[in-house]
Structures are given as structure tokens and as C-alpha cells.
Design a binder for this molecule. Structure first.
Ligand SMILES: Nc1nc2c(ncn2[C@@H]2O[C@H](COP(=O)(O)OP(=O)(O)OP(=O)(O)O)[C@@H](O)[C@H]2O)c(=O)[nH]1
Length: 325
């Protein structure tokens, strides 16, 4: 039988244990609230789109940055399904990678293009990843999207010739290998076209540098208008030197296209007093061909460029305003 002292001791012990548990729970609660406040602060202030979706597509939460999107309504967003909020094709696109992240149990990266409220078009880099419960089951998916429009614009700018809007030499060097591989895969003839304005130094000297810039713009236009099939590429390599990369069925077809570029510029009849005997702005063009069986290394490309340059030299030598191969 317990004495009353022992009973009192037992009660005191139980009370001490309870207050210890209480302190532990209070600490846990404090930690949970702190984590929640941190999460709320992140969701309110991070300049990124953060969201979580249940496995049926219901949006569980969204960061405040979503307010920047055109047509976004905070009150009508959380708790709704993507298919109720967006047209089917967009919802499908938004939802596809959530499903992949959930079934493949890994992060999926993608790029999305969306309109901001000010109607500007933005590119976002998005990562979608699964959320797991204690047993490792996927219970939801999260998405974090960062606006990379400025990066993409800067990249595009660094590869574009400002004066003509054509791609620059850097992009030409990048694309050459890729284009040769593509042509090899498709068993197509790849043509490298090099073009140079005739006596351009004389043009600048006679008509002035600003007018010279206008001529360079006209060359770019002649290239763009003639080589307008998907996959055709035009570049300004520097100064008055232009290049094109395109596939064709035969060398004759390529020569014909080059002739059309030459004729298109000649047809502009831009006066060029220093360009005897034409008296107008003309273009000399050299062509080099890369066949599917040709090697596709830097050496082969260097050799092709060399052949194009020699063909261009022959065109100049033949009296300019000519296409040579
Ligand atoms: N207006 C203008 N001129 C440029 C630009 N970049 C280079 N040039 C000029 O382009 C001229 C290039 O001349 P070259 O290609 O060497 O020779 P060319 O006078 O065209 O003679 P051929 O090629 O033998 O017909 C030089 O006078 C450069 O100063 C530019 O951005 N704008």
C-alpha cells in the first residue's frame, strides 16, 4: 500500500513530466510558427513564382509574385484546379511536367513563356519537383519559376549584329557545326555563301559612312527576302562581309539562290559612283559546298570557309557583281 507521501511524490513526478512535455511542445510550436513565418516572408517577397499543387491539380499555395501575371486573381487561384483556371492547351502544358515530376520522382526543368500584367512577354525558367510524406510517398508537386527574360535578351543581343539585325560572326561560328550535322543527318547538301559589297571603301569615301550603313542594311534585306525558308541562316560577319548557311538539292539550286540575292541588291539601283562600270551598289558572292560524306570537324569547316573565300576572290576578279563557286 502506498503511503500518502509516496502518492504525493508520484503526483509531483507526473506534474514535472507534464510540464516538461509542455515545454517541449511549446518549443515545437514556436519552431513551427517561426518556420511558417519564414515561409510566408519568402512567399511574399521572393521575386519568383512559387507554387504547390495537389496530385489532382488543385493549387495549394502560390507566392505573391504571381500578381505580376496577366489575368491572375489571387482570390480565385488557390483551391482551384489548373484546368478550371486556364484554357485546356495551356493547362495541359502547365500540368504535364507536374505529373512527370510526381511519377518520375525527380526535378523537371522547363522554360515557359507568359504575359505580365503590362502585356510584356516574359520567359521563365521553371523547376518542378515532388513533395514527399514521411513514408516517401509523393503527396504534391512544387514549382519555382525565375524570370530569365533579361538573360535571354542579353544572349540574343550578344549574337545579333545591331546594324542589320542579322546574326553575327559569333553565332555563325556556333551554328556552323550544328548546321553541318543537321545537313548530314538529312543527307542534304549544305551551302556556305560568302558575300562582300563591291568597292565599299569607295562607297563610304564618296557617299559617307552613314549612307554606307544604309547599304549594309539593304544587303541584309536582300538576303532575308531571298533566303526565307525555315532553317536558312543569314549573318553579317563584320564590315561589308556577309555569310549564309542553307541546304539545297544541288549546287545549281544554290547558285540560283545566290544569283537571286545578287540580283535583288542590284535591282535596288543604289547609286555608287566609285563602282565602275555599274555605277550602282553590287555584291560579289562566293560559294562553298559541304556534302554529307564530308568530315564535320573544325578543320573541314575552316577548309570550307577557305573555299568560299577563294570563290569570292574569283568573283571579284571576274569583274565583281558576280557569283562564283
Ligand atoms: N559604313 C560602314 N562601313 C564599314 C563598316 N564596317 C566596315 N566598313 C568599311 O567597309 C570597307 C570594306 O572594304 P573592303 O571590303 O576591304 O574592300 P572594298 O572597298 O569593299 O573592295 P572590294 O571588296 O575589293 O570590292 C572599309 O572601308 C571599312 O571601313 C560599317 O559598319 N559601316
Amino acid at each position: 500500500m502506498s503511503t500518502s507521501i509516496e502518492v504525493a511524490q508520484g503526483q509531483a513526478q507526473a506534474i514535472a513530466q507534464l510540464s516538461e512535455e509542455n515545454a517541449f511542445l511549446r518549443e515545437e510550436l514556436r519552431r513551427v510558427r517561426e518556420a511558417e513565418r519564414t515561409l510566408d516572408a519568402l512567399l511574399d517577397n521572393a521575386p519568383v513564382l512559387i507554387s504547390a499543387k495537389a496530385l489532382d491539380g488543385t493549387i495549394l499555395m502560390a507566392s505573391r509574385h504571381f500578381e505580376i501575371l496577366d489575368g491572375y486573381d489571387a482570390a480565385a487561384f488557390v483551391g482551384r484546379k489548373v484546368f478550371d483556371l486556364f484554357p485546356p492547351d495551356i493547362a495541359e502544358q502547365l500540368w504535364r511536367n507536374d505529373q512527370r515530376a510526381a511519377t518520375e520522382r525527380r526535378a523537371i526543368h522547363e522554360e515557359e513563356t507568359v504575359y505580365h500584367r503590362d502585356q510584356s512577354l516574359h520567359t521563365y525558367a521553371t523547376v518542378k519537383f515532388p513533395l514527399f510524406d514521411d513514408d516517401g510517398a509523393v503527396i504534391a508537386t512544387c514549382a519555382v519559376s525565375t524570370d530569365i527574360t533579361d538573360v535571354r535578351t542579353a544572349q540574343a543581343d550578344s549574337l545579333t549584329d545591331e546594324l542589320t539585325g542579322l546574326k553575327n560572326r559569333r553565332y555563325f561560328n556556333m551554328r556552323f557545326v550544328e548546321e553541318q550535322r543537321r545537313a548530314q543527318r538529312d543527307q542534304r547538301l549544305l551551302t556556305l555563301l560568302l558575300a562582300d559589297v563591291d568597292r565599299f571603301k569607295g562607297y563610304n569615301d564618296t557617299h559617307g559612312h552613314p549612307q554606307g550603313d544604309v547599304v549594309l542594311g539593304a544587303v541584309a534585306q536582300a538576303i532575308r527576302r531571298t533566303l526565307n525558308r525555315p532553317g536558312d541562316l543569314g549573318f553579317r560577319l563584320g564590315g561589308d562581309e556577309f555569310a549564309c548557311l542553307f541546304t539545297a538539292n544541288s549546287e545549281e539550286e544554290s547558285v540560283e539562290l545566290a544569283e537571286r540575292i545578287r540580283a535583288a541588291l542590284a535591282a535596288e539601283a543604289i547609286p555608287h559612283l566609285a563602282n565602275d562600270p555599274y555605277g550602282t551598289v553590287t555584291l560579289s558572292i562566293g560559294l562553298a559546298f559541304l556534302y554529307p560524306h564530308d568530315a564535320e570537324d573544325a578543320l573541314a569547316q575552316g577548309a570550307a570557309y577557305e573555299r568560299g573565300d577563294q570563290a569570292l576572290y574569283r568573283a571579284k576578279h571576274k569583274g565583281r557583281n558576280t557569283v562564283s563557286r
